[in-house]
Write a protein that binds this ligand. Structure first.
Ligand SMILES: Nc1ncnc2c1ncn2[C@@H]1O[C@H](COP(=O)(O)OP(=O)(O)OP(=O)(O)O)[C@@H](O)[C@H]1O
Ligand SMILES: [Mg+2]
Length: 380
C-alpha cells in the first residue's frame, strides 16, 4: 500500500476527486494541483465549485469560467522547475451545454432555435445530472489540450456521489422520456397543442420544468423538445465516448471521504460502483481525521498552569471542563482511528491510502493547501 499520490501526478493525464458532499474534494483537488505544479507540471484545476474560499486560497478574486493563471509567486518555491504552471478554471455548465448543442444540432437554424428558446434557457442548467455530465464533457474536450500536462477535476457537490456516474443517462433520460416523446409527436402531428392533449401530457412533462402556464409556454416547450430530440443521438454517442475516456488508464479517480461512519459506508458503495463501471480508483483519502494526542492526559497541575498561562482564574469547574474536553477529544480520535482502519480494510483494493488530519481551521490559503499537499504527496 502506497502512502503518496505523487506518482499519479506525474504518470496520469487526469485525476478526478470524487466523494460525497463536504468531505474535502475541492480541498484535495486544489492541494494536488499545487503539488503537481511544484513538481513541474502544467496543471489545470477544473472545479465546479464557485467557492469563494477556493479562489481566495489560490490568490484569485473569484473563480471564473475562463482559465486563470495562478500567480507563480504565490505557489512556487525556489526548487520548482520552470515548467510548472497552475491554472484554475470553473466549469460553466450553461456554456458547456450550449457548445454541445452547437455541435449536435441538426442545422444552424435548429441550433439557434434551441439556444434562443426560453425553456432551454430556463432549464438547461438545472436538468437532473446536467452539472455532472457537463463536468465530464468539459474534461473530455480539454483532455488532449496540449497546454496542460495534467487536469485535475473537482466534481460537483452532489449529495449522492453516485449521481456523477449516472449523470449522462439521467440527463438524457430527463429529456427523452416516453411522456416527453408522446408530447412531442402529438405536437408535431397537429402543429399546435389541443387542450385535451395538453392535459394528458402536461402533468408529467411539466413537473420538472417549473410552474409556468399558458399556451405560449407550452408551444415553447413543444418546440424545444422537438428540436432537442435531434440532439439525442449525438449526445448519446458523445456520452458513451466520454464514459470510455473515463475508463482509460490515464484517468485516475481519487476517492475522498471523512472518517464519519456514514461517509465511509458511502465511499465503499461508491468504490464498488466505480469498479463495476470500469473506472480506476487509484487513491483513497480519509480527510479531516481527528488525531489522538499520544501524550498522557494532563495532570491537575498541568491544567492549573495552562489556565494560569491563559490568564484564566483557575477553578475546579474549569479544570473539570478541561479534562472533559480532553477526554472527548481522545474519544473522537479513537472513533476516527477505528473508521480509518475500517476504510483501509474495506477499500484495500485501492492502491494508495492517505490520512489527512483535521486542522483547526478551514483550508483557506496557499499555506493551508500546502500543508494538505504535503500529506497527500509527502517529500521523499
Ligand atoms: N483536513 C482539513 N482540516 C480542516 N478543514 C478542512 C480539511 N479539509 C477540508 N476542510 C474544510 O472543510 C470544508 C469542506 O471542504 P471542501 O469544500 O473541500 O469539501 P467538498 O467535498 O469539496 O465539498 P462540496 O461537496 O460541498 O463541494 C471547507 O471549509 C474546507 O476548508
Ligand atoms: Mg467542492
Amino acid at each position: 500500500m502506497q502512502s503518496s499520490l505523487g506518482d499519479l501526478l506525474t504518470s496520469r493525464r487526469v485525476v478526478i476527486t470524487v466523494g460525497c458532499g463536504g468531505v474535502g474534494k475541492t480541498t484535495v483537488a486544489a492541494s494536488l494541483a499545487l503539488a503537481a505544479a511544484r513538481a513541474g507540471r502544467r496543471v489545470l484545476c477544473l472545479t465546479i465549485d464557485p467557492a469563494k474560499r477556493l479562489a481566495t486560497s489560490l490568490g484569485l478574486r473569484e473563480m471564473r469560467s475562463e482559465e486563470q493563471l495562478v500567480d507563480r509567486a504565490l505557489w512556487a518555491t525556489e526548487t520548482t522547475p520552470a515548467t510548472g504552471a497552475l491554472t484554475a478554471m470553473m466549469l460553466d455548465v450553461r456554456h458547456t451545454f450550449d457548445e454541445l448543442v452547437g455541435r449536435y444540432a441538426q442545422s444552424p437554424a435548429a441550433r439557434d432555435r434551441i439556444l434562443q428558446n426560453r425553456i432551454y434557457r430556463e432549464v438547461a442548467g438545472s436538468l437532473a445530472g446536467t452539472p455532472e455530465y457537463m463536468a465530464m464533457e468539459k474534461l473530455y474536450a480539454l483532455k488532449d489540450d496540449g497546454r496542460y500536462d495534467l487536469i485535475i477535476l473537482d466534481t460537483p457537490p452532489t449529495s449522492n456521489a453516485l449521481d456523477f456516474l449516472d449523470a449522462p443517462d439521467k440527463m438524457i433520460g430527463a429529456m427523452d422520456s416516453p411522456a416527453i416523446r408522446a408530447f412531442v409527436s402529438a405536437f408535431e402531428r397537429t402543429g399546435k397543442l389541443s387542450f385535451s392533449l395538453v392535459s394528458k401530457a402536461m402533468e408529467k412533462v411539466l413537473s420538472g420544468l417549473g410552474t409556468f402556464t399558458g399556451i405560449e409556454f407550452l408551444t415553447q416547450v413543444a418546440e424545444f423538445l422537438s428540436d432537442i430530440q435531434g440532439l439525442f443521438g449525438g449526445f448519446k454517442d458523445r456520452a458513451t465516448r466520454v464514459r470510455e475516456t473515463m475508463m482509460g488508464r490515464d484517468v485516475a479517480f481519487v476517492l475522498v471521504t471523512s472518517p464519519d461512519p456514514m461517509a465511509v459506508g458511502e465511499a465503499m458503495f461508491f468504490l464498488e460502483r466505480l469498479q463495476t463501471s470500469g473506472m480506476n480508483a487509484e487513491g483513497l483519502v480519509v480527510n479531516r481525521v481527528r488525531m489522538a494526542d499520544d501524550v498522557a492526559p494532563p495532570s491537575v497541575d498541568r491544567v492549573a498552569s495552562l489556565l494560569a498561562d491563559a490568564k484564566v482564574e483557575p477553578s475546579t469547574d474549569l479544570a473539570a471542563a478541561f479534562t472533559r474536553a480532553w477526554r472527548d477529544a481522545s474519544v473522537w480520535a479513537r472513533r476516527d482511528a477505528a473508521e480509518v482502519s475500517r476504510a483501509r480494510r474495506e477499500m484495500a483494493s485501492i492502491p494508495r491510502h492517505i490520512v489527512v488530519p483535521a486542522y483547526e481551521n478551514d483550508v483557506l490559503d496557499v499555506s493551508a493547501l500546502e500543508r494538505v499537499a504535503n500529506v497527500l504527496v509527502p517529500a521523499r
